[in-house]
Design a protein around this ligand. Structure first.
Ligand SMILES: [Zn+2]
Length: 218
């Protein structure tokens, strides 16, 4: 699969742009590849199509809404995150609603923000790639490791369409952590995003033909 390597650009970056800044690397700053057994899914909680914006993000990979997969740290980087020296952190660009917010928006006929199809397919392809090349056996949601802080990370849409898809189709498991994924994130059929048209999507400025070409590539 095509991965845009930004590890050279991020090599000298050790702090986030938060106020106050956070350390990007954990205390040990490296993780051993044979201890990397799974991947955590996250949402960034903001929209920005500019790849360099993610050079300061605590993650190994960032998947943009147009379907680009950025690798911002090598897999051997131990990050100051829930991965805690034994997993891969995958961020998805965007700010996506909780199930409660989705139901409220639907009731009021308001548009429901959602990930794009190229983004979802790129997420699936990346998990398959990590399973095949790194032998990962697990996929987890951020909330499973830190529910108090990030109850809606990665959110039901990303979980249903990428995390749960990988459980069903790649043989990964989401068990082994203290918190579990809410049952509705795993089973709510209405979360299935079949063909979110960019024409209906005010959060997406990707051109339709670009999206089609990426869908064909995965
Ligand atoms: Zn997260």
């Amino acid at each position: 699969m095509e991965i845009i390597d930004r590890t050279a650009e991020t090599a000298g970056t050790t702090r986030t742009r938060n106020d106050p800044p956070k350390q990007i690397y954990s205390r040990h700053d490296r993780q051993s590849l044979d201890q990397v057994r799974g991947a955590f899914l996250h949402q960034t909680y903001f929209f920005n199509p500019n790849p360099s914006r993610y050079d300061h993000t605590i993650a190994h990979f960032v998947i943009l809404r147009r379907g680009d997969v950025l690798q911002v740290r090598p897999l051997t980087a131990g990050l100051n995150s829930v991965s805690n020296g034994r997993a891969v952190d995958i961020e998805f660009e965007g700010r996506y609603p909780s199930l409660r917010q989705i139901r409220h928006l639907r009731r009021t006929d308001a548009p429901v923000p959602h990930p794009t199809l190229p983004q979802l397919l790129a997420g699936r392809a990346l998990l398959r790639h990590l399973r095949d090349t790194q032998g990962i056996a697990h996929v987890w949601g951020h909330r499973q490791a830190s529910r108090m802080e990030r109850d809606n990370c990665p959110g039901p849409q990303l979980w249903y369409n990428v995390g749960e898809w990988a459980v069903r189709n790649l043989g990964l498991t989401s068990t082994g952590l203290r918190e579990s994924i809410p049952v509705a994130w795993r089973t709510e059929r209405s979360l299935e995003l079949v063909w979110p048209s960019p024409l209906d999507d005010p959060w997406d400025d990707a051109r339709f033909d670009t999206m089609i070409s990426r869908v064909n590539r995965w």
